[in-house]
Design a protein around this ligand. Structure first.
Ligand code: CTP
Length: 156
C-alpha cells in the first residue's frame, strides 16, 4: 500500500492564535467558548482528530487557528477547563512569538452557570457566578452547590 503524501494539514497563519493539543473532539466546544459562530467573521482553520506525537506516544488532538486575534485570560481559563493539555501559540508575522500551556484556575468568575436555579447567581443580579475548583468538583461560592459531572455543559 502506498504511503499517504506528507504535508501540512492546515496552512501556517500570519498573525493570530493557534490553540494546539486540544483534546480530540473538543475543537467545536472551544469555538463555542470563544463566541465563534457561523455569523462571526474570523478567519479560522480547524483540524479534528489529527494524529499527534506527544512524549513519544501517538494520540489524537484537535487544533484551532484564529487569525488576527489574541485570547483574553478568561478565554484561556475556559479552554483549560475542557482541555488542560492545550497550548496557546501567539503568531506574529508567521513566527511563534509566544507559547504557553493553559492552567486550570483556582477560582472561576462568570465562566460556569450554577446548576441550582435558586442560586443568586441565576437571579439576574448584577453579579458574576463564582466557583472554587476543588478536588470534589466546582464549588459555588454563593450557594455551596458542588458540580461534579459534565462540567463542559455548564460553561457559559
Ligand atoms: N503555526 C501556525 N502558523 C505559523 C506558525 C506555527 O499555524 N505561522 C502552528 C503550528 O502548525 C503548530 C503550532 O502553531 O500547530 C505551534 O508551532 P510550533 O511551536 O512551531 O510547533 P511545535 O514545535 O510542533 O509545537 P509543540 O512543541 O507545542 O507541539
Amino acid at each position: 500500500m502506498e504511503d499517504k503524501p506528507q504535508g501540512l494539514l492546515i496552512s501556517p497563519i500570519k498573525d493570530g492564535t493557534v490553540i494546539d493539543h486540544i483534546r480530540a473532539g473538543a475543537a467545536l466546544t472551544v469555538l463555542r467558548m470563544l463566541g465563534i459562530t457561523g455569523q462571526t467573521e474570523e478567519e479560522l482553520s480547524i483540524a479534528t482528530n489529527v494524529t499527534s506525537m506527544t512524549c513519544g506516544q501517538e494520540g489524537k488532538k484537535d487544533i484551532v487557528k484564529v487569525s488576527n486575534r489574541e485570547l483574553s485570560k478568561e478565554e484561556v481559563d475556559r479552554i483549560a477547563l475542557i482541555s488542560p493539555k492545550a497550548t496557546i501559540n501567539i503568531i506574529r508575522d508567521y513566527i511563534v512569538a509566544e507559547k504557553k500551556g493553559v492552567e486550570t484556575p483556582k477560582l472561576l468568575y462568570g465562566i460556569i452557570k450554577c446548576t441550582n436555579s435558586g442560586c443568586i447567581s441565576n437571579a439576574n443580579e448584577p453579579i458574576k457566578s463564582a466557583f472554587e475548583v476543588t478536588e470534589a468538583g466546582l464549588h459555588c461560592l454563593y450557594c455551596d452547590t458542588v458540580i461534579t459531572t459534565d462540567i463542559e455543559s455548564h460553561i457559559i
